[in-house]
Design a protein around this ligand. Structure first.
Ligand code: SAM
Length: 424
């Protein structure tokens, strides 16, 4: 046995006898018992190690106890899902009171034809149905992260006392990603983006025994990362900052993972663009296919800092609808460059839709110039990623949607930009 394997077995045995050994169900580890020795493959070992690091970051003493503390961000997101029903019903009540502004005689016509009150009642009922999923997400999260119900209750009571409302939008956005990433309805949208990225990854030279290390920052709830892991020869990590997204991801990875075993009504919170009321109220189920939860390692936290110490460790970075989330886009470019090994590849696909307070708002040509200045050389990603954006830029454009309701009457799309850049 070489020293590396020996150390590995020692550390596993230590974790087996330790009272702090982590719950294999939560960690994604599936120990294989051979007589009285527990053997865990390297895939599961990296899950265990990351879980231990996560618990350290979640410790109250890990940093100043304020809204940026990982445990407070987690509790805030748990509080968000916990209040799902209350926050969504509030909105329906607002619609009810607006409906009262319609004259009595008009309401009579409306009720005798389309029964608007019935629609409001049904939506309230379906919000209660959705709340069952939201509360499951809370329970899965409490179990996975090792947070007690009483800690969450206490945190929630404090929030309510301080008049801090749960963030309805972040909860709704994270739950909408079940459709984008893990429902059959999202298949078309996924194919629009994934063909370009997976098509390039498939072409990369690699070996099963020495897989290429891939990182997917801002990975949302993980479908792209899992699709990459399904291609042989890649060891995939993903990263995500939002605890709302991370809780939704943990829900997908909850055992037992059975295809289409979970369902909810994703389109209740926005009444625009529906062809029929039953379209708006329809249920969507997920996950649409088998998920190997140990195939991808989720590293939670801010992409620009959580990988400190992993300089040059990755062969490939894949960013999908991510780079425009930066407050400081140059810091993203520098981080991508820093984490790649020399000769490593950065694949990008996404728009330039800046948020509310970015330090920099760059046009495409400026992003390319800065990336070159940081130390990237651009290669043509090929026709699979669309048409050449501009003659003088090594970038392709493809019309792609994000979070689309396939039965909706709207078609919001982006001319997503894709490039392949090599670290010099
Ligand atoms: C537009 S979403 C795209 C998610 C996913 N890539 C997809 O295509 O569905 C951008 C994601 O980046 C995450 N994000 C933003 N800033 C981040 C940061 N500094 N570190 C890690 N993730 C971040 C957001 O929470 C969000 O989930």
């Amino acid at each position: 046995m070489n020293s590396k394997i020996f150390l590995l077995v020692l550390s596993i045995l230590a974790s087996v006898v330790s009272s702090e050994s982590i719950d294999p169900v939560s960690s994604g580890a599936t120990p294989k018992l051979v007589e009285n020795i527990t053997l865990v493959d390297t895939q599961n070992l990296r899950h265990e190690e990351e879980y231990a690091r996560l618990q350290t970051r979640l410790g109250r003493e890990s940093q100043v106890w304020d809204g940026n503390h990982p445990r407070q961000r987690l509790l805030t997101a748990l509080y968000g899902f916990r209040q799902y029903q209350e926050r969504h019903i509030e909105e329906v009540q607002r619609w009810r009171s607006l409906y009262k502004k319609v004259s009595k005689s008009q309401r009579k016509t409306i009720e005798s034809t389309i029964k608007y009150n019935h629609k409001l009642n049904t939506v309230e009922h379906l919000i209660e149905v959705n709340d069952e999923l939201a509360q499951e997400i809370v329970q899965t999260g409490l179990h996975f992260y090792g947070i007690s119900q009483s800690e969450l209750d206490e945190f929630s009571a404090d929030q309510i006392r301080e008049g801090k409302k749960a963030d309805r939008t972040s909860v709704a956005q994270a739950m909408k990603h079940f459709v984008r990433d893990w429902a059959d309805e999202g298949r078309g949208e996924r194919e629009e983006s994934f063909t370009c990225l997976l098509g390039q990854l498939i072409e990369m030279e690699r070996e099963i025994n020495a897989p290429l290390k891939v990182l997917v920052p801002g990975g949302g709830i993980g479908r792209l990362a899992h699709e990459i892991a399904r291609l042989d020869g890649f060891e995939v990590s993903m990263n995500e900052w939002s605890m709302y997204m991370n809780l939704a991801y943990r829900q997908i990875m909850r055992e037992p993972i059975i295809s289409n075993s979970q369902s909810y009504h994703p389109w209740l919170d926005w009444w625009s663009h529906h062809a029929t009321t039953s379209d708006m109220q329809r249920a969507v189920s997920f996950p649409d296919s088998f998920v190997d939860k140990s195939a991808v390692l989720l590293v939670e936290g801010d992409f620009t800092t959580v990988f400190n110490g992993e300089e040059g460790q990755y062969d490939v970075l894949v960013t999908l609808f991510f780079i425009d989330t930066a407050r400081n886009l140059l810091t993203y470019l520098e981080t991508i460059h820093r984490l790649l090994r020399p000769g490593g590849t950065w694949l990008n696909l996404g728009p330039l839709l800046y948020g509310t307070a970015p330090f920099l708002q760059l046009s495409l040509d400026e992003v390319i110039s800065l990336a070159r200045a940081v130390g990237f050389e651009f290669e043509d990603p090929g026709d699979v990623c669309g048409d050449v954006s501009f003659n003088e830029l090594p970038v392709r454009s493809k019309e792609i949607s994000y979070g689309r309701n396939v039965r909706g009457l709207n078609r919001n799309g982006f001319l997503a930009q894709s490039w392949r850049a090599i670290k010099l």
